[in-house]
Design a protein around this ligand. Structure first.
Ligand SMILES: [Zn+2]
Length: 252
């Protein structure tokens, strides 16, 4: 079921890690942001889109992790965009993304994973302002829809997941600090934040999300293990070797 989070912005939440598929009404049609997750959910999302009766004109991936690179034939053969860095990384990691999708969820159209191209400089069909930063994943983008008072945050500002640092890249604490500053600036223009995973934040909850992520990163900066009740990288849905964020912060 689609829930309208703001004017022309709808959200459908998956059972898989509370993943949010986001639908944005733009000039000419709908933009699908990070649709997911399993095949039956993608089909239900397509049914929801049919009921809206507005064609999908493009897709947008906030960052090159497999759960944000999905698509379904019923959404149409339309351009799918990411930042230039995100599109490059998605292409390189496509086979790995397909493997992770196959083992994590059922019915995902594997051949459609990660087929994203760089967003045109003028944004093309994607409305709003792209806020690109280096935290969490290469080429990560938030989308600021200031006219609707909404920030689409990708895998930042979640109420269910702690900040997840990109283990392969240096100075993720610094990258997070910079990204949170930029998202904080953007959040001054909104009263709704839609994270990639978790509940939509409204009103005072927006500042609380920023404060939670800041507190986490500040603890890492001080060399302390953060006290945080949200899920971490050792949650069983994240496969592969992992280390605590503190270990990463210390060794980089
Ligand atoms: Zn991610």
């Amino acid at each position: 079921m689609l829930t309208e989070a703001a004017d022309g912005v709808w959200v459908r939440q998956s059972a898989w890690v509370w993943t949010n598929s986001i639908v944005v009404r733009a000039e000419g049609g709908l933009i699908l942001v990070d649709p997911g997750i399993d095949g039956s959910e993608l089909t239900k999302l397509a049914d929801d889109l049919d009921r809206l009766g507005i064609p999908v004109v493009a897709g947008f991936s906030t960052h090159p992790h497999w759960d944000h690179l999905l698509w379904h034939p019923r959404f149409g053969d339309v351009p799918r965009f990411a930042t230039a860095a995100g599109a490059h990384a998605a292409g390189q990691a496509r086979a790995q993304g397909q493997a992770m999708a196959a083992e994590s969820a059922s019915g995902i159209p594997l051949d459609l994973i990660g087929l994203v191209t760089p967003l045109p400089v003028d944004g093309g069909p994607v409305p709003g302002e792209i806020i690109e930063h280096e935290a969490h994943a290469v080429g990560h983008a938030a989308v600021l829809l200031a006219d609707r008072g909404v920030l689409l945050a990708g895998d930042m500002l979640s109420d269910v997941l702690i900040p997840l640092l990109d283990a392969r890249r240096p100075d993720q604490v610094g990258a997070y600090e910079t990204a949170l500053d930029r998202l904080g600036e953007a959040a001054r223009h909104v009263d709704v934040v839609v994270p990639g995973h978790g509940a939509v934040a409204e009103g005072p909850e927006v500042a609380a999300r920023l404060a939670d992520d800041h507190a986490y990163i500040d603890a890492l900066r001080r060399g302390e293990e953060p006290v945080d009740t949200r899920l971490g990288p050792d949650a069983d849905w994240l496969s592969g070797p992992h280390h605590s964020n503190l270990e990463q912060a210390r060794t980089r």
